[in-house]
Design a protein around this ligand. Structure first.
Ligand code: DGT
Ligand code: CA
Ligand code: CA
Ligand code: ZN
Length: 576
C-alpha cells in the first residue's frame, strides 16, 4: 500500500466522521494526516520497515495514527476503516465523488430526504425536493443535476497521461532489475502519447527464451504496487495497480520485437489500415512479423514493418488512422515535427503574486535550469479573487521586482512582464488598457461563465480576442480532464478570430488541461494559426510539464515553425 492509498483511506475516514457528526477535532486530525501523507516524500512502507518510531515525527501523526499506518502497511487494511464502511451505506460515500457535494450536504440529504445513492439524489432534484432544504434553492438543484451527469460521463475513467507515464517508468525501472529481462518498452496509447490512457501495455524480450519467461512473469507479479492480478499466463499477465491503472505485460520473441512494438502501439484503426495495405502487396503483417506466405521476411525493427509496405517511419503520435498512412504513401517523408529541445521560452507562469507557490526569483531559476532564454510572469488579474488575483498596485510592485531580479541574475534570462487577464462575461478584459499596454505578454483566459449559451460564449471569446492588447488565448476550451467539460462555442470562428487578430493560440501543457486539444490543433494550423506551448507553471517543478504540451503539438502535426516560443528574443513576438 503506497502513501497515496494510505492518505485516501484517512481522508475517507475523515469524511465518514464528518457525515456522522463527530468532533471537529477528530475530523481535522484525519484530514490533516491525509494531506501530510499524500505530500510526504518517503515511502511509508520503507519507514515502517526501517524504524516505525519515526512515524511519530511526521507532523500530524500521533500515536493512534501511527498504529493505523503500521496496520495498513502490514495488512493492507485497517480494522476501524472497515467498521466505518459497514455502518455508512456505500452509496453515501459515492455521493462525495459528485463535484460540489461534501459531507455536510450528504448528511442533510440523508436525514431529510433519505437519499442513499447518487440515483436517489438525482430523483430528489428532479422532484424539486432539494430546493426546500435549508440553505439550498433552485440553483443548487440545477448545479447538482449537472454535476451528476458529469460524474456519469467521467466515471468510465481514463487516466491522465502524466499518471500513466509515471507508473510506466516506475515499473520499467523495477523490471530492469530482473536479470532475465533483455529489452523492455511501453507501447499502446501511452507510446502514442494520447491525452488519456486506458491501460499501460509493456513489452519485454528475455535472455533465455526457454527459462526466462516464467521468471520474468513471477518477478512482474511480485511488484509491490500491485492491487490485484487479473491474469497470469506464460507470455502475458495483466494486473491492476494501487492507483487503479491496469498494466498488461507481454513477453515477445526477439525477432518479432519490432512487429510487436508496431502492433501493440496501435492504434487498432492504424493497424487495420496497415494490414490491408500489406494484403494488396501479397504480404501479411501481424504481431509476429511481416510474412510472405509462411516465410518471415522482417519484424525485428519497427522501421522494417513500414518499409515493407512502402512507408517512411511514422511517429507513434500520428498513428490514429487520421490520414498519416495516406500522407506517408504520397509524400514518402514527414515534416520534422516539433521537439522539446526546440523550446526557447515559456510564456505563461505564476508566482506568489497570485496563486503560484514560488517567488519570481525561484521561478526564474527553474526556467534557467531548462536552458530557456526567456519566460513570462503572468499572474492572475483581480477578478480571480479566489486565487488572489493582482490589483493594479500589485502589478506595479511586481514590475519593480522583475527589474530587480533580472539585474541580480545578470542577464541569464529575460523576464517578460505579463498577466493572465480574465475574460469577463461580456468579453471585456479585467485590466484597464493603461495597464495592458505596458505589458510584454497578455494571456487572455476565461475562468468563469463556462456554461454560457453557445452563441453568447462564441461572441464573448471573439470580443476578447479583438482587444488590441490580447496576445495569447490561454487554455481555449477551459476543460479539465476527468473533471470539467469543455466550454461550448464555435471553435472555427474563434480560431479565425485569432488568425485575423494575430492572437496566438495556447497549447497548455498541464496534463489535466492539454488545451487546445489535439483534434483542434490540426484544424487551427490549417487555418493559419500560430501557437505557443506553455506550462502555466505554479511551482518550480512544473516547467517539466512542457513535454506533455509537445506531445499534444506533435499529435496536431505541428513543426517548430508553427510555435512562436521556439524563436529567440526579439523574433517570437513580431507576430503580435
Ligand atoms: P487504451 O489502452 O484504451 O488507452 O488504448 P490502446 O491503444 O493502448 O489499446 P489497448 O491497450 O486495448 O491495445 C493496445 C494495442 O494493441 C492497440 O493500440 C492496438 C493493438 N490491438 C488491440 N486489439 C486489437 C485488435 O483487435 N486488432 C488490431 N489490429 N490491433 C489490436
Ligand atoms: Ca493500452
Ligand atoms: Ca492493453
Ligand atoms: Zn495560468
Amino acid at each position: 500500500m503506497d502513501n497515496k492509498k494510505i492518505a485516501s483511506i484517512f481522508e475517507e475516514m475523515a469524511d465518514i466522521f464528518d457525515i456522522q457528526g463527530d468532533s471537529v477535532f477528530k475530523i481535522n486530525a484525519y484530514r490533516k494526516a491525509g494531506l501530510v501523507i499524500s505530500n510526504f516524500p518517503y515511502d511509508l512502507r520503507d519507514v515502517v520497515a526501517k524504524d516505525p518510531k519515526q512515524l511519530e515525527n511526521i507532523p500530524g501523526v500521533g500515536k493512534g495514527l501511527k498504529d493505523k499506518i503500521i496496520e495498513l502497511v502490514n495488512t493492507g487494511k485497517c480494522e476501524e476503516h472497515d467498521q466505518l464502511r459497514k455502518i455508512i451505506p456505500k452509496g453515501l460515500l459515492e455521493l462525495l465523488e459528485v463535484r460540489g457535494i461534501g459531507p455536510k450536504k450528504v448528511k442533510a440529504f440523508y436525514l431529510h430526504l433519505k437519499v442513499q445513492s447518487i440515483n436517489d439524489l438525482k430523483e430528489a432534484c428532479e422532484k424539486h425536493k432539494v430546493r426546500n432544504l435549508p440553505g439550498m434553492g433552485e440553483k443548487t438543484e440545477n448545479e447538482i443535476l449537472k454535476a451528476i451527469s458529469e460524474h456519469a460521463y467521467f466515471s468510465t475513467k481514463r487516466h491522465m497521461i502524466s499518471e500513466a507515464m509515471q507508473e510506466a517508468k516506475q515499473i520499467i525501472s523495477y523490471m530492469e532489475k530482473c536479470d532475465d529481462v533483455k529489452r523492455i518498452e511501453y507501447a499502446g496509447s501511452l507510446r502514442r502519447r494520447q491525452e488519456t490512457i486506458g491501460d499501460i501495455d509493456i513489452l519485454v524480450t528475455v535472455k533465455n527464451p526457454k527459462k526466462s519467461s516464467d521468471i520474468v512473469m513471477t518477478y512482474f507479479n511480485s511488484y509491490r504496487e500491485i492491487l490485484t492480478i487479473l491474469s497470469k499466463g506464460d507470455t502475458k499477465s495483466s494486473v491492476v495497480l494501487q492507483s487503479g491503472i491496469q498494466v498488461d505485460l507481454r513477453v515477445i520473441a526477439d525477432e518479432s520485437f519490432g512487429a510487436a512494438m508496431h502492433y501493440f502501439t496501435g492504434s487498432k484503426d492504424h493497424n487495420i489500415k496497415m494490414r490491408d495495405l500489406a494484403k494488396k502487396k501479397g504480404l501479411k503483417i501481424s504481431e509476429y512479423g511481416v510474412f510472405q506466405g509462411e516465410k518471415l521476411i522482417s519484424g525485428g525493427k519497427e522501421e522494417d514493418v513500414f518499409k515493407s509496405v512502402g512507408l517512411p517511419y511514422i511517429i507513434p503520435e500520428l498513428r490514429n488512422n487520421i490520414g498519416e498512412i495516406e500522407y506517408g504513401l504520397k509524400n514518402k517523408k514527414f515534416p520534422d515535427f516539433i521537439e522539446l529541445k526546440d523550446m526557447r521560452g515559456d510564456l505563461h507562469s505564476h508566482t506568489v503574486y497570485s496563486d503560484g507557490k514560488a517567488s519570481i526569483l525561484e521561478m526564474a531559476q527553474a526556467f534557467i535550469a531548462k536552458g530557456y532564454e526567456y519566460f513570462a510572469v503572468t499572474d492572475h488579474s483581480s477578478v480571480m479573487a479566489i486565487v488572489k488575483g493582482m490589483s493594479t498596485n500589485d502589478i506595479h510592485r511586481q514590475w519593480k521586482e522583475i527589474d530587480e531580479v533580472e539585474k541580480k541574475l545578470k542577464g541569464k534570462i529575460k523576464i517578460l512582464k505579463g498577466c493572465e487577464v480574465d475574460i469577463l462575461k461580456d468579453g471585456s478584459l479585467d485590466f484597464s488598457d493603461d495597464v495592458l499596454k505596458q505589458l510584454d505578454i497578455v494571456v487572455i483566459s476565461a475562468h468563469t461563465y463556462g456554461t454560457l449559451p453557445f452563441d453568447e460564449q462564441t461572441e464573448r471569446l471573439i470580443t476578447a480576442i479583438e482587444n488590441p492588447y490580447a496576445k495569447i488565448l490561454g487554455h481555449p476550451t477551459g476543460r479539465l480532464i476527468n473533471k470539467r467539460a469543455p466550454m461550448e462555442f464555435n471553435m472555427e470562428r474563434v480560431i479565425e478570430a485569432c488568425v485575423q487578430n494575430h492572437v496566438a493560440i495556447e497549447i497548455n501543457s498541464s496534463p489535466s488541461r492539454l488545451d487546445l486539444p489535439d483534434k483542434f490543433i490540426k484544424i487551427a494550423k490549417e487555418k493559419g494559426a500560430k501557437f505557443v506551448i506553455n506550462t502555466d507553471s505554479h511551482t518550480t517543478q512544473q516547467p517539466d510539464l512542457m513535454e506533455y504540451g509537445i506531445f499534444n503539438a506533435r499529435r496536431g502535426w505541428l513543426t517548430k515553425e508553427d510555435v512562436l516560443n521556439t524563436k529567440g528574443l526579439g523574433k517570437f513576438d513580431t507576430y503580435f
